[in-house]
Design a protein around this ligand. Structure first.
Ligand code: AMP
Ligand code: ZN
Ligand code: FE
Ligand code: FE
Length: 279
């Protein structure tokens, strides 16, 4: 059986509702799926109902963006149960998104691209608003041919409409994860922006020492060669290998649920391995 432990719904920057995600998971034969929206737990209730009805296991989760340079550090936190402390912090993070998004719209206006706050709110719907929503509007208005190109032209780090936002220090994120009963997993490790093996070793040693538990080896964008390299890396640093597609529906059109770009399923053994290291 296969699983998918990294997905996004309409509660953040995915295009499928939580129910539609679980229905898709059922139709492709997954035994378990984690909902890991950015900075919000608002989809979990609906997802749990759909999962029950469809006979799939739902793993409650969230994806957090952490303070890190030179690249981007995201963690997917799996198996959340005690969510009160985390929920308060997530509300702050969503406020930080709103301020950042307003600043991005101003930058775009300076570049001659008009997107109103109302248009953004309408596209994003309820839940956490993110750059992919702005990217979709840039495509809709003819300023970019695809969401990817909208990032490359305007929204990615270093591009003219990029604005940073408040992120969690890794120490705090791992503490909050543990208090919430969760298992923190380093998402899409290539985005850390480090290549030298000595730097990777230094980063992973440090992250493990402050509470990182897992690492995404079976990521939607990785082929089999890349995945086995990361499984070996996980073993070397005492991390549990996880896996997820990072499905976003139309906001990331090349990545299907479950199987990712290369069409490779994620073994359900990752779920039992992660289960065994729950706090
Ligand atoms: P935000 O959380 O608003 O900063 O947006 C981050 C999300 O944007 C990520 O989770 C990805 O879904 C998407 N994203 C980030 N960088 C890129 C990129 N270069 N191309 C396409 N999508 C991206
Ligand atoms: Zn996203
Ligand atoms: Fe991410
Ligand atoms: Fe993600």
């Amino acid at each position: 059986m296969a699983v998918d432990l990294h997905t996004h719904s309409t509660m953040s920057d995915g295009s499928f509702t939580p129910t539609e995600l679980l229905e898709e998971a059922a139709s492709i034969g997954l035994s378990a799926m984690a909902l890991t929206d950015h900075d919000t737990l608002d989809g979990i209730g609906e997802a749990a109902l759909a999962a029950d009805r469809l006979g799939i296991r739902l793993v409650p989760g969230v994806e957090l963006s952490l303070e890190w340079t030179p690249g981007t550090m995201h963690v997917v936190v799996l198996f959340l149960d005690q969510t009160s402390g985390l929920a308060n912090r997530l509300a702050d993070l969503r406020d930080g998104r709103d301020d950042r998004n307003t600043a991005i719209l101003h930058r775009l206006a300076d570049l001659g691209v008009t997107i109103s706050p109302e248009e953004l709110a309408q596209t994003a719907g309820e839940g956490a608003v993110g750059r992919p929503h702005i990217a979709a509007l840039l495509v809709e208005k003819g300023h970019a041919e695809s969401i990817q190109i909208a990032f490359e032209l305007y929204l990615a780090k270093g591009r003219p409409a990029y604005v940073g936002r408040a992120r969690l220090p890794p120490e705090e994120a791992f503490l909050l994860s543990r208090e919430a009963g969760g298992v923190p997993v380093l998402a899409h490790p290539h985005t850390l922006g480090i290549d030298r093996s000595s730097e990777i070793a230094e980063a992973l040693d440090w992250l493990v020492s402050i509470g990182l538990v897992g690492i995404e080896a079976h990521y939607g964008g990785y082929d089999g060669f890349h995945r086995s390299g990361l499984v070996a890396l996980a073993e070397k640093f005492g991390l549990v290998a996880s896996g997820g597609s990072d499905f976003h529906g139309t906001y990331k059109p090349d990545t299907p649920l479950g199987f990712g770009l290369a069409g490779i399923p994620i073994p359900d053994s990752v779920l039992s391995d992660l289960e065994s290291v729950r706090p």
